[in-house]
Write a protein that binds this ligand. Structure first.
Ligand code: SF4
Length: 351
């Protein structure tokens, strides 16, 4: 691993401290920050910073580089998946999705994941390592630069829903949010950012205390603890009741309505009684339920529910006054599920 520090992971305050420490004027920090957040990776291109300063920086620091291994475009043209190689040879993926309200990037926060959800390809080899704030930011900068060059459009929103559990990498995720929101950088509004969690109760409460107005999406996927514990290992650690209490606290602190993700799995969580149980659980709570037929991965035996079951499930929630939508399925033809493209790529390499 590189012993030098990554400049991409630094706030302007931290860059000012660095400039001061290396005997340079602190206003250079803003110039540097601006170059970095435009996706400039080479010190040579930072032409308004003196050569001697750039040399000092390159001797003591580095800028995270990602190497694009693969880019896959879905047939409908609405989804592009990117596979990147990190400097330590780990591989991560992220996906760009076109919505009516703008281009959104779904990024990874860890290499692998230790949460063990039974339907997820990202967790099969466990957690390999956390991503740094700079590595998360690099995904946004790389994709943003590519989109601007090719299509003259920028990323408008972010979802932290790729590989990894963002709240299991709490400090790096928080720093990344701060960096990407900085008005002197990409200036992505907190309201345009959604963090998805499998339901880590203490961290949801901690995030609420930060007072950021980011959207919270909780992967619920079951109407009771018994079913949840069977398909999500984390369901054995935290009860649904405690997750809802933490979400209620999050809503009180941020004013942001919670989204509950519900992947419908054939014969596991898709019965009409499950819909009724879910409706009772969420009655009166300021939330929205996102239903998605399971995105099947070859690493799991679980199958998606059929269309009739999905429709009937949604109808019951609607009748009981729960706000519900069926999430648009995106990128199934480009290994759209979390971690799937990465695991396919690694398996092919090992053949
Ligand atoms: S669904 Fe998310 S939290 Fe669960 S194993 Fe996959 S990456 Fe981890």
């Amino acid at each position: 691993m590189n012993k030098k520090q990554d400049l991409l992971a630094m706030t302007i305050d931290e860059l000012e401290l660095i400039m001061d420490t290396i005997g340079e004027k602190t206003y250079r920090a803003k110039q540097l920050f601006s170059w970095l957040h435009k996706g400039v990776l080479s010190f040579d291109q930072m032409t308004n910073i003196p050569k001697s300063t750039r040399e000092k920086l390159s001797r003591n620091f580095y800028i995270t580089h990602l190497k694009e291994l693969k880019q896959l475009n879905s047939r409908d043209g609405l989804t592009t998946k990117y596979l990147y190689l990190l400097p330590d040879d780990n591989i991560i993926e992220c996906v760009v999705m076109e919505y009516s309200y703008g281009t959104t990037l779904c990024l990874s926060t860890q290499v692998g994941c230790k949460m063990g959800c039974s339907f997820c390809a990202s967790t099969k080899a466990g957690l390999i390592r956390d991503l740094t704030a700079g590595e998360m930011l690099a995904q946004v900068l790389y994709v943003n630069k590519a989109l601007l060059e090719k299509e003259k459009k920028a990323i408008r929103g972010l979802v932290l829903m790729g590989s990894g559990e963002p709240l299991d990498n709490y400090n790096n995720t928080l720093k990344f949010l701060q960096l990407v929101h900085d008005p002197q950088g990409l200036n992505i509004g907190y309201r345009n950012i959604t963090l998805s969690t499998c339901g880590l109760v203490p961290e949801i409460r901690a995030l609420a205390e930060e007072g950021l107005s980011i959207n919270l999406a909780v992967s619920l996927h079951a109407p009771n603890d018994s079913i949840r514990g069977k398909i999500m290992r984390v369901g054995r650690a935290y009860r649904i009741k405690d997750i809802i209490d933490a979400c209620s606290f999050y809503f009180k602190k941020t004013g942001r309505r919670i989204t509950f993700e519900y992947a419908m799995i054939n014969k596991i969580n898709d019965k009409l009684d499950h819909a009724k149980e879910l409706a009772n659980l969420l009655k009166g709570f300021p939330c929205h339920v996102n239903i998605i037929p399971l995105n099947q991965v070859k690493e799991s035996e679980l199958k998606r529910s059929n269309n009739e079951s999905v429709q009937a499930f949604i109808k019951i929630l609607e009748e009981k006054g729960v706000q519900v939508t069926r999430r648009r399925e995106m990128g199934a033809d480009v290994d759209g599920a979390c971690g799937q493209l990465r695991s396919t790529f690694i398996a092919e390499k090992q053949k």
